[in-house]
Design a protein around this ligand. Sequence first.
Ligand SMILES: [Cu+2]
Length: 135
Amino acid sequence: MSRRTVLALPVAVGLIALALFAQSGCSKSSPTSPYGGGGGGGGGGGGGTVEPFSSGNFTSSNAQGFVHTFTNTGSFGYTCTIHNMPGTINVAASGPDSVTVDIVNFAFSPNPASVKTGGYVHWINTVATAHNVTR
Ligand SMILES: [Cu+2]
């Protein structure tokens, strides 16, 4: 009886210690964990300011579009990540206030498209095939 208690006690203490250790280790490591909101990254591209955007997938024709306003001059490439379709938006100090880019079959039209600084591009998927617009 008493022997059993003596044996069980160290085991219980050990388990508690393990639990505490695991907890503190967990909370300690979370600020540096990969889920801690990384950030950074980016860069790349020579000279031009990176303006990331993502439309998400257009899953039907004409029902959905996507608008992005370009605030910096430069030449900005983008793709449909589903089909690796390349597109380019050229942004200059002067030019149209906005431009509509149709997605027709497996291409952007017009491509490249031009807009002035502060103007926006409106992409419309004209086909039933799912596409997206991602930079
Ligand atoms: Cu596509």
